[in-house]
Design a protein around this ligand. Structure first.
Ligand SMILES: [Zn+2]
Length: 578
């Protein structure tokens, strides 16, 4: 169907959050939230959108977190997935599917890619020496080995790094090494085999592909080029680990001799989950393989798809090099990304957000104190696009109070209350539009076209600034024509002004929905309409609510943040959580 009517099809993926714990606002604004903005905008413009995210569930940190929580790792992951899905939902993140990298679909697809890469000559088997724990009956990843740091004498240094002096270590550097699982010192170094993805063989192809992406943000391409060319250039990467928790190493459906008991390294299977999650979406709806393959296989319709990825800058190397290497190396017609939108970091009040230190505001805590739209607006209007940005409580209070309460909220409240008290709770008849109204329509048309341009270009801050300007234009109009004064001398003219302003509330709801979906829904409910038509023609859009159309005065859309609240929250979040 999509092919025949030339509907735009947009595939959107957000970098998948790691399973162990709740993410902070810096994580949110670096991928999921701007991806949601783009998804909502394109749906509003009539595109067919597939918006995919998932939890990244494999690897050592998940195993460690589960063991700390005293739970089997699969149970821990299922629980945490539920927690993250619930918070995402409450933040209004409109995923078409929020999958799990531990799904059966991802297991099968990851094994398929590995088998393809092997057939195409992009896998190398390498013998390595690694620490084996006799007591635990397993090889130990570096960070599962503890001992005394040879540099500073700290007695709980990990095999990859000393937490105390930050020196990078090899497990064999440690004095009196022991297993972090059992504490056993019965360790030995054994020979073991691992698989490497021969990315270096794909270097030229990747380089040419990145070079062809002249429209990508500099942040994205500069990171990719650095990894391609700095030092020895693009290095081959190990894709297997001696762990229990992960996708078992297989060559497609077949066993891989010598790789028994090993799993794929989490970075290999995590991006494949973008594809697998789309299959999870289809499976959950009882759809056949065409349904998901039309998004991902260029031989099955995906050549018409625009594929956009959102991520923080730390994830750029995996998405510009490793994952494309997996796709290119497979020799199959899988969809490559068309555009990568990457973000810098959001800092917190003079320092960094820190998950390990519990510093900053975490997603669940944010929703405990204010509804999602307050956060969505601030985060998106301050997105760290061209440089890092910083969250401060003063700035948050001032943005919310000015933009949301004084400009947008006040407009809605004044117009509906005035109409209700001087006319009736319905769009009033009488009067005609004059020069001032024509000027407003022309100004709004210019601004809305600019807003569309910024949204299509994924310029998040510019989009927010333009939307704010659109709200302000309405407020200035209202201030200037002052229907409450006009009413005393010319009630007909006041009716025309209010008719326009009531219609403008609907237009604001439509334009603002990608940023503040809950408030947008409240505005539409107040205006007693389900009409979400985009204002392609602004003059026509301002006539959608006809004379006599009834409305209700909405509750206050946005409460102001008081100085007391600001101080209380600044204090509350200055330390560490729990
Ligand atoms: Zn040390």
């Amino acid at each position: 169907m999509a092919k025949d009517d030339h509907m735009t099809r947009i595939l959107i993926t957000s970098a998948i959050p790691y399973i162990n714990g709740i993410k902070h606002l810096g994580n949110l604004v670096g991928s999921q939230l701007p991806a949601d903005l783009y998804a909502r905008y394109n749906r509003a413009r009539g595109a067919e959108v597939m918006f995919i995210c998932a939890t990244d569930e494999h690897g050592t940190p998940a195993e460690l977190a589960a063991s700390k929580a005293g739970k089997p790792v699969d149970e821990f992951c299922a629980e945490m997935h539920g927690v993250q899905a619930d918070i995402a939902n409450r933040f209004g993140l409109s995923f078409d599917h929020f999958g799990r990298s531990s799904s059966a679909q991802n297991q099968k697809l990851t094994q398929h890619f590995a088998g393809r890469l092997k057939s195409e000559g992009f896998i190398e088997e390498v013998s390595e020496k690694q620490v084996y724990s006799n007591a635990d009956g397993r090889f130990l990843p570096d960070r599962y080995i503890e001992g005394t740091c040879p540099n500073c004498g700290y007695d709980s240094a990990r095999g990859d790094q000393c937490e105390n002096c930050t020196k990078q270590l090899d497990p064999t550097d440690l004095i009196d090494p022991r297993s972090a699982i059992s504490g056993s010192t019965d360790l030995e170094v054994r020979e073991t085999k691992h698989l490497y993805l021969r990315q270096s063989k794909l270097k030229d192809k990747l380089d040419a592909w990145i070079t062809s992406k002249g429209d990508w943000p500099i942040l994205t391409t500069s990171i990719a080029k650095k990894w391609l060319h700095d030092g020895d250039g693009l290095r081959d990467r190990g894709i297997t680990r001696d762990l229990n928790w992960g996708v078992p190493v297989k060559d497609g459906d077949n066993d891989w001799p010598g790789m028994e008991g090993k799993v794929f390294y989490v970075w290999f299977d995590a991006p494949i989950e973008y594809i697998a999650a789309t299959k999870e979406w289809a499976d959950a709806r009882g759809l056949d393989d065409d349904a998901w393959e039309s998004w991902w296989r260029t031989d099955k319709g995906a050549d018409d798809v625009k594929y956009v990825q959102f991520m923080g800058k730390d994830n750029v190397p995996f998405h510009t090099l490793s994952f494309p290497a997996t796709i290119m190396g497979s020799g199959e017609p899988w969809k490559l990304v068309d555009y990568i939108k990457s973000f810098n970091y959001l800092n917190y009040d003079g320092g960094q957000f820190s998950t390990s230190k519990g510093r900053g505001v975490f997603m669940d805590q944010a929703l405990d104190i204010l509804p999602a739209d307050y956060w969505r607006w601030w985060l998106l209007s301050h997105a760290p696009e061209t440089s890092d940005s910083e969250f401060t409580w003063e700035n948050f209070q001032s943005s919310v109070n000015k933009d949301l309460a004084d400009v947008l909220g006040n407009f809605v409240s004044r117009v509906t209350k005035f109409c209700n008290s001087k006319f009736s709770p319905a769009v009033p008849d009488g009067g005609t539009y004059g020069e001032r109204e024509t000027a407003l329509i022309s100004d709004l048309t210019t601004k809305i076209r600019a807003y569309e341009g910024h949204m299509a270009a994924m310029d998040v801050r510019k989009s927010a600034a333009e939307l704010r300007a659109i709200w302000t234009a309405g407020n200035e109009y209202l201030q200037e024509v002052a229907p409450w004064s006009t009413f005393k001398t010319d009630p007909e003219q006041a009716a025309a002004q209010i008719r326009l302003a009531l219609n403008l509330i609907r237009v604001y709801a439509v334009l603002s929905a990608p940023f503040i979906p809950t408030a947008s829904a409240q505005m539409l409910a107040g205006m007693n309409t389900l009409n979400m038509d985009w204002p392609d023609d602004v003059e026509a859009a301002l006539g959608k609510l006809p004379v006599g159309h009834e409305f209700t005065v909405p509750e206050v859309l946005f409460a102001k943040i008081t100085d007391d609240q600001r101080e209380e929250w600044a204090e509350k979040f200055s330390g560490t959580r729990d």
